[in-house]
Design a protein around this ligand. Structure first.
Ligand code: IVH
Length: 676
């Protein structure tokens, strides 16, 4: 046997053991006897001993017996656990600061101080303390709801169980990172691919005695819900954390100015290899809490913080093939199948080539030798091609003119706003006509941020689709469970679990439903805006008149691109049928306005001209926080036109004609009981 054949044989065995593991640990439904399992395991071990080039992160020699279990009970975070936007370049940092200054209408020369905190690459956890006692510990989960891993967290020495300091808040969620130090990881190398996996695996052991055996550490850096916290800025808070007995990162610094942030970043990147814990960047947080509060969040990340990522890992490998994947929106993404290679502890065998233009620009061909880069949890991509190593008989890659899934013509759209032809080629078929698009739509429908159906992962969706068990979203709620029970790999228990998770999701918010439909250009943030606008499912479903669509343009944040996409979604019969069918099987909750009885309830606003010391974006958040609405043109629907410096005369004239209240900044702030 040559190397390639041995590797193939090895990977087959790895795949099989992974399947066995999934059934044993996740579905509590073993496929084979313990003896057969052990036999396969020792075959893999023997191969690895005989051939040292064989490696896989799914190898039983790399993973511990107990795979993460899905059986922890779930619990809602009192305040969501947000994620962070990424910055890679100095320019990204300049833009980050610019946006903050614009939002807060701060002059260019004003110094903003940031807490610069090395970003430990571990697993985040939220620790709830009540009256100084560690009460409950949750994993991040989807940010809204985490798993109750209190017992396992309680085994960590760095986590104080009782805090008696006088100034410790009555109740607080202390948040931070659980991780393993590199010196401790040395002894675990046999079992885990990297320290992060080790931390994650140990934290989710079924038995906390297993967690206890692993030297997990905890570093605290933020908080969620709190009652009685007396700190006015992040650095103050970090100081308090250590007074209360938590560990904080000794490399945290208070810095102002992008140049200084970059200098600190360079300095820490130099030290990176010598640190006793893995870091993948630096987190910058606006230090002042009052500023943080004004800045608020976008969909699921704060405006006041960003993660400045370190450069990634690279490796050289060969492109074996170029495949075209069809995405949910019909986009055709070329993917390079590469000779499997270990990049920073992860075996990589696929790299995205982004789009047709990228292939042409870099003249990427099958057989080429390429530099592949893997940065954090982003899909690996091709950085460059070594043309000197190009095979003599290699041919230019020709992008298909027809969709590889349904055969429809592929097109490149013209973007009216950027006035450029799109770099992405798309399948021109509509909705559910194309098989691949359908499958991707279904995967999106059940994904974490959408319906979040436990136990209905991508592979299972694909399998059910092939078996014609699910063709449209509504089919998920009408599954024939007796058929599934007879399928290979399924049993009574796993089917029961699946039914339970699906039934649980039959009650859904309008916001989630809109997002789940996978309308192009409608992501989480836009779904939220639309759900607030429509309030009920029936209003959404009856969207048909031209004026309904024009109304959408009044929503601040929704533009022509989104409206055109919504229009095209609703002009498709298949989509309308899906909506009708979903209505029959789901309970779709009306949108509840957060602070329904806020001071600006039922009032709409429009700003014209420049306000003093408060940006448009902040006015908008202020209005929304107080249950008001902003709209983007003067119409009968407008209640107040707020006038600043150099207003648009036309707006004032039309407002006068329509007898709309015209107010200045002071009057507006007075409505909110504010003076400045
Ligand atoms: S603050 C809203 N601070 O990075 C603030 N996060 O992508 C969000 N992380 O899930 C978290 N070090 O696991 C914060 N000093 C630090 C951090 C940190 C590491 C991780 C954390 C979070 C992820 C955000």
């Amino acid at each position: 046997m040559n190397k390639k054949e041995i590797n193939l044989q090895y990977l087959k065995k790895i795949e099989l053991i992974k399947k066995y593991n999934d059934h044993y640990y996740d579905k509590s439904n073993p496929l084979v006897t313990d003896q057969a399992y052990d036999k396969l395991k020792s075959e893999i071990e023997k191969l690895e001993i005989d051939y040292s080039f064989l490696k896989s992160e799914n190898s039983p020699t790399k993973t511990v017996g107990h795979k993460p279990s899905k059986n922890f009970s779930k619990s809602l975070h009192k305040a969501p656990m947000l994620s962070l936007a990424n910055a890679f370049t100095e320019e990204d940092l300049v833009n980050f600061e610019k946006k903050i200054k614009n939002f807060l209408t701060l002059k260019d020369k004003v110094k903003i101080f940031y807490s610069a905190e090395p970003k430990i690459d571990g697993i985040s956890a939220s620790l709830n303390y009540k009256n100084g006692k560690f009460y409950k510990g949750l994993s991040r989960g989807d940010g809204k709801e985490g798993e109750d891993i209190t017992e396992n967290l309680a085994t960590i020495i760095d986590i104080p169980k009782v805090i008696s300091s006088k100034d410790f808040p009555e109740e607080i969620d202390i948040r931070g990172e659980v991780f393993i130090q590199n010196n401790d990881f040395k002894n675990l190398r046999e079992k885990f691919a990297n320290p992060r996996n080790a931390a994650s695996g140990s934290l989710r052991q079924k038995n906390s005695n297993d967690t206890k055996k692993i030297p997990l550490k905890f570093i605290a850096y933020t908080f969620g819900y709190e009652r009685g916290l007396k700190a006015t800025n992040q650095f103050d808070y970090l100081k308090k954390l250590s007074e209360w007995g938590f560990k904080t990162n000794p490399l945290n610094k208070l810095i102002s100015g992008v140049k200084n942030l970059k200098a600190n970043y360079n300095e820490i990147e130099k030290q990176r290899a010598n640190l006793n814990f893995d870091i993948d960047g630096i987190v910058y947080k606006v230090n002042d809490f009052a500023m943080q509060k004004r800045l608020g969040n976008v969909a699921n990340a704060p405006r006041w913080a960003i993660a400045h990522k370190f450069s990634s890992n690279k490796a050289v490998s060969q492109i074996i093939d170029i495949e075209i994947q069809v995405g949910r929106t019909g986009s055709l993404t070329p993917v390079a199948k590469i000779k499997p290679i270990n990049i920073g502890g992860v075996v990589v065998s696929n790299a995205t080539l982004h789009n047709e233009d990228e292939i042409n620009r870099k003249d990427i061909r099958v057989g080429d030798t390429a530099v592949i880069e893997r940065a954090g949890d982003v899909i690996p991509h091709i950085l460059s091609i070594d043309t000197k190593k190009r095979l003599k008989n290699s041919k230019k890659f020709i992008f298909p003119e027809n969709c590889p899934s349904c055969g429809s013509k592929t097109i490149k759209e013209f973007n009216k706003i950027t006035k450029k032809v799109d770099a992405v080629r798309r399948c021109s078929s509509e909705g559910y006509y194309c098989d691949k698009i359908s499958i991707e739509k279904l995967k999106h429908f059940v994904s974490k941020e959408a319906f979040n159906v436990d136990g209905l992962g991508k592979k299972i969706v694909e399998n059910f689709w092939k078996l014609a068990l699910i063709k449209f979203p509504q089919d998920i709620f009408k599954l024939d469970y007796s058929k599934i029970e007879k399928l290979d790999g399924w049993g009574k228990l796993s089917v029961q679990n699946l039914k339970y998770s699906i039934d649980q999701k039959k009650i859904i918010s309008l916001e989630k439903l809109i997002y789940s439909l996978g309308i192009r250009h409608i992501g989480l943030e836009n779904a939220k805006l639309l759900s607030k606008h429509f309030v009920s499912f029936s209003k959404l479903k009856n969207l048909s008149k031209q004026s309904d669509y024009e109304d959408l343009l009044n929503i601040d944040g929704i533009g022509e691109t989104q409206v055109n996409s919504i229009k095209s979604f609703f002009s498709n019969e298949a989509n309308l049928k899906v909506l009708n069918e979903l209505e029959k099987v789901l309970v779709i909750k009306n949108t509840v306005q957060n602070t329904e009885d806020g001071l600006l309830k039922n009032k709409t606003f429009l700003v014209t001209g420049k306000l003093n010391g408060i940006s448009r974006a902040e006015v908008k958040s202020l209005i929304e926080e107080n249950s008001g609405k902003t709209i983007s043109s003067v119409s009968k629907k407008l209640n107040y036109l707020i006038i600043g410096d150099k207003p648009t005369k036309k707006k004032i004239d039309s407002a006068r004609q329509l007898k709309i209240n015209i107010i200045d900044q002071a009057k507006f702030l007075k409505m909110l009981n504010k003076t400045s």
